[in-house]
Design a protein around this ligand. Structure first.
Ligand code: UT7
Length: 321
C-alpha cells in the first residue's frame, strides 16, 4: 500500500520561559486561576531575534536529523502558521531557502490551531499522488506577537514554538506504518468567537487575537469527539486500539473532556499544555516530539492527532508509526 510514513520529528522553543506569576504582575490574574482553568503553568515567549521561520528552521533541522535525512532529500514543505514572518511570501519558502533545498514545493497553510492537521493531510495527499517523495510538515507560531497583553482572558493562554515531522511516501504492508486516515472540517459561521481584529485587506494592521473562550470550549469538545470517532471509523479501529492521543494543547480540561467522551484513559493522552501553553499550529507536533523523545511513543504505535481552532476548523489523523 502506498502510504506517507513518519520518519522523524523535531521541535523548537524560544529561550525565554514566562511563568504565570510573571503574568500576574502585568494583568489581573493569578497562578491559581490559570492552573485551575487551563492547566497552564508556563509558556515560552519569543525574543525579537526569534521568529516563526527561525523556530521552524530549528525544528526542521532536528526532524531531518531524527529521520537520518538531509535537506536535499526534501521536495515538499508544508508549513502551518497564523503568524507568518511576512504577509508574503510564505514562511515555508524562508525555511526552504535556509535549509538549502530550493526547487521543490513550499507553501503555508492557514487553519490556525488545526493548521498542523490541515498541513499533514495536504502533504499526505500530495505524497500519495506522486507530486513529491519526502515532506517536511511544520507547525510554527509566534502568537505572542498577536496577543493583547492587557486582555487577561487571552494573554495567559498562548505561547510560541515549532514542531516538524518528516513524511516519506513508501510501499508498505496493510498493517504497516503510515497515515491511515485523516478527516478535516471547517465551519465559517463562528468567526466572531475566535479571530484577529486586523489584516492587510481590512485594517492594514496585523491586529490582535480576540476570543470568546467559553463558547469556543463548548464547540471544541463536541467537534473533537465527533471527528475522532469519524476518523477511527474510516480506518476501521476503535478507541481501545489507540496507543496515544496527541491533541491540540488548548486547555487541560478540553483534553480530559474529549478523552472521557471517547472512553480513553488519561494516561494515553500526551499533555504539554502545562509547559508550552497553547502554541496554535505548533502544539500537536511539539507534543508529538515530546512524546517520542521521552520514549513514550514508539515505532508500531497507533497515534491519533487532533485539533480544533479558529475558523472554526478542526480535524484528526490516525497514524501508525
Ligand atoms: O486553540 C484554539 C481553541 N481555543 C480554545 O480551545 C480555548 C477554549 N476555552 C478555554 O480554554 C476556556 O474557556 C478559558 C480558559 C479561555 C476560560 O475558562 P472558563 O472556565 O471558560 O472561564 P470564563 O471565560 O467563563 O471566565 C470565568 C471568569 C470570568 O469572570 P466573571 O465574569 O465570572 O466574573 C472572567 O472574567 O474568570 C475571569 N477570567 C479570569 N480571571 C483571572 C478570565 N480570564 C481570567 C484570568 N485570570 N486570566
Amino acid at each position: 500500500m502506498i502510504r506517507s510514513v513518519v520518519r522523524g520529528s523535531g521541535s523548537a522553543l524560544p529561550r525565554r520561559v514566562v511563568t504565570n506569576a510573571e503574568l500576574a504582575e502585568r494583568v489581573d490574574t493569578s497562578d491559581e486561576w490559570i492552573v485551575e482553568r487551563t492547566g497552564i503553568r508556563q509558556r515560552y515567549i519569543a525574543e525579537d531575534d526569534e521568529t516563526t521561520s527561525s523556530l521552524a528552521i530549528d525544528a526542521s533541522r532536528k526532524a531531518l536529523e531524527a529521520a537520518g535525512l538531509e535537506a536535499k532529500d526534501i521536495d515538499l514543505i508544508v508549513l502551518a502558521t497564523a503568524t507568518p514572518d511576512q504577509t508574503f511570501p510564505a514562511t515555508a519558502t524562508l525555511v526552504q531557502h535556509a535549509l538549502g533545498c530550493n526547487g521543490g514545493i513550499a507553501f503555508d497553510v492557514a487553519a490556525v490551531c488545526s493548521g498542523f492537521l490541515y498541513a499533514l493531510a495536504s502533504a499526505d495527499s500530495m505524497l500519495r499522488t506522486g507530486m513529491a517523495k519526502r515532506a517536511l510538515v511544520i507547525g510554527s507560531e509566534t502568537f505572542s506577537r498577536i496577543l493583547d497583553w492587557e486582555d487577561r482572558t487571552t494573554c495567559v493562554l498562548f505561547g510560541d514554538g515549532a514542531g516538524a515531522i518528516v513524511l516519506e511516501v513508501q510501499d508498505v504492508a496493510e498493517d504497516g506504518p503510515g497515515v491511515l486516515a485523516s478527516k478535516l472540517h471547517a465551519d465559517g459561521a463562528h468567526n466572531e468567537l475566535l479571530y484577529v481584529d486586523g489584516g492587510p485587506s481590512t485594517t492594514q494592521t496585523v491586529g490582535k487575537l480576540r476570543m470568546k473562550g467559553r463558547e469556543v470550549f463548548r464547540h471544541a469538545v463536541v467537534n473533537l469527539a465527533a471527528v475522532l470517532e469519524e476518523t477511527l471509523a474510516e480506518a476501521g479501529f476503535t478507541p481501545d486500539d489507540i496507543d496515544w492521543v496527541v491533541p491540540h494543547q488548548a486547555n487541560a480540561r478540553i483534553l480530559d473532556a474529549t478523552a472521557r467522551k471517547l472512553g480513553l484513559p488519561a494516561e494515553k493522552v500526551i499533555v504539554t499544555v502545562d509547559r508550552h501553553a497553547n502554541t496554535s499550529a505548533a502544539s500537536v507536533p511539539l507534543a508529538f516530539d515530546a512524546g517520542v523523545r521521552d520514549g513514550r511513543i514508539k515505532p508500531g504505535d497507533l497515534v491519533m492527532f487532533e485539533a480544533m481552532g479558529g475558523g472554526f476548523t478542526w480535524g484528526a489523523s490516525l497514524v501508525r508509526l
